[in-house]
Design a protein. Structure first.
Length: 364
């Protein structure tokens, strides 16, 4: 059983802004970071939410590894492409700026692509893909990340969890929002099993010799996560191929780090993370209303398909997250008590007390 304390989403956003402003982040930039982090918590992706405020961002600013001003510069530009240098700034700010420019270009040209180098962890990839929805566009976002995943037949972490996000508008149904890692599970799942003293399912990770293990400590101590699909017999090379594809678009194309050249968040080196964004103006291909009506039809086909025995509902990607976000906006965002203690400790260290009024407590 885990104990949670709930807080109003708006209070959490306000705290993130105050915390980052103490680190010399401009107010406008701090608001962007806050929205990305709390959107992750609202959507149930707590591993990318406020829990990372100090470990991924605050502490790295204090160590001189992240530039709090995020001075973005243009490297190359055409009518439909753009390459940016984030100059080791905050990934959320770089990502928001890149997708905004991508949408602007797509509005004029029908589609656009933007690549970013010298960036940092930017939260959930789905946030940036979803930015296109309010413009009736399809949004696409990739990012590479610190190496945690071994290639098929390998024994060392060489690739990040390298997520893929795609957001597509519909007419009356909720938008389709795919936001998935290309690893079989996030590293946090391994850590949870390790702390609980529980074995991990076979196929989640390997030890330092590259052998499949059910011992989480062996994965965390020199082993690696497996790509989506797991072992070769389960066609894990497909996940490996997707992770490598993301690294090509995010790292090689942008000029950022790639493979194990991306620094870990615990290292004393700049991360040099790379991102890739694309926006597609739907009416450049077919009438918008026709497309959105057909998206509704496709979504309903899936949801109304025959259910497996014992199942009552088929979901569309993003649907659970939209419903959870609506619930948490009403009831408050649950944070593990351990996360609250971490926020209190880091807040005290930098002089921004985490003294928010809880909305309640729960046990799950």
């Amino acid at each position: 059983m885990s104990e949670f304390i709930t807080y109003r989403a708006e209070d959490l956003r306000d705290y993130v802004v105050r915390f980052l402003e103490r680190h010399a982040v401009p107010a406008e930039h701090a608001a962007i970071v806050a929205d990305v982090l709390i959107t992750a918590d609202l959507r149930g992706v707590s591993s990318h939410g406020i829990i990372r405020l100090d470990t991924y961002y605050g502490s790295r600013i204090r160590r001189g590894l992240v530039d709090p001003k995020t001075p973005i510069t243009v490297l190359n530009e055409t009518a439909v492409t753009l390459r940016l240098d984030a100059n080791q700034g905050l990934g959320h700010v770089a990502g928001h700026h890149a997708m905004t420019r991508c949408i602007e270009k797509a509005r004029e040209s029908g589609l656009a692509m933007v690549a970013v180098r010298n960036s940092n962890h930017f939260g959930i990839a789905g946030y940036y893909a979803m930015m296109a929805l309010e413009h009736d566009m399809i949004g696409i976002c990739f990012t590479n990340a610190q190496p945690l995943v071994a290639p098929t037949y390998g024994s060392k972490s060489m690739l990040g969890t390298n997520p893929i996000a795609v957001a597509v508008p519909s007419l009356h149904e909720r938008p389709y929002v795919l936001d998935m890692a290309t690893s079989i599970v996030p590293i946090g799942k391994i850590t949870i099993h390790d702390k609980a003293g529980q074995p991990i399912p076979q196929g989640w990770g390997i030890d330092r010799q590259g052998q499949v293990t059910e011992v989480p400590r062996e994965v965390l101590s020199g082993g690696a996560l497996m790509p989506l699909g797991g072992t070769d017999i389960m066609r894990g090379y497909k996940g490996y191929g997707l992770a490598l594809m993301v690294d090509i678009f995010s790292g090689v194309l942008s000029g950022a780090g790639f493979g194990d050249l991306v620094a870990t968040t615990a290292s004393d080196h700049p991360s040099n993370v790379g991102h890739f964004f694309a926006a597609v103006r739907i009416d450049a291909f077919r009438p918008l209303d026709e497309f959105k009506a057909d998206m509704d039809r496709l979504i309903r086909m899936m949801k109304e398909a025959p259910k497996a025995v014992g199942q009552e509902r088929i979901y569309i990607h993003g649907e659970k997250e939209f419903e959870l976000a609506e619930r948490y906006e009403r009831e408050g965002v649950p944070l593990l008590k351990e996360v609250v203690r971490q926020l209190q400790a880091s807040g005290e260290e930098v002089g921004v007390p985490f003294d928010l009024t809880p909305a309640g407590e729960t046990v799950e």
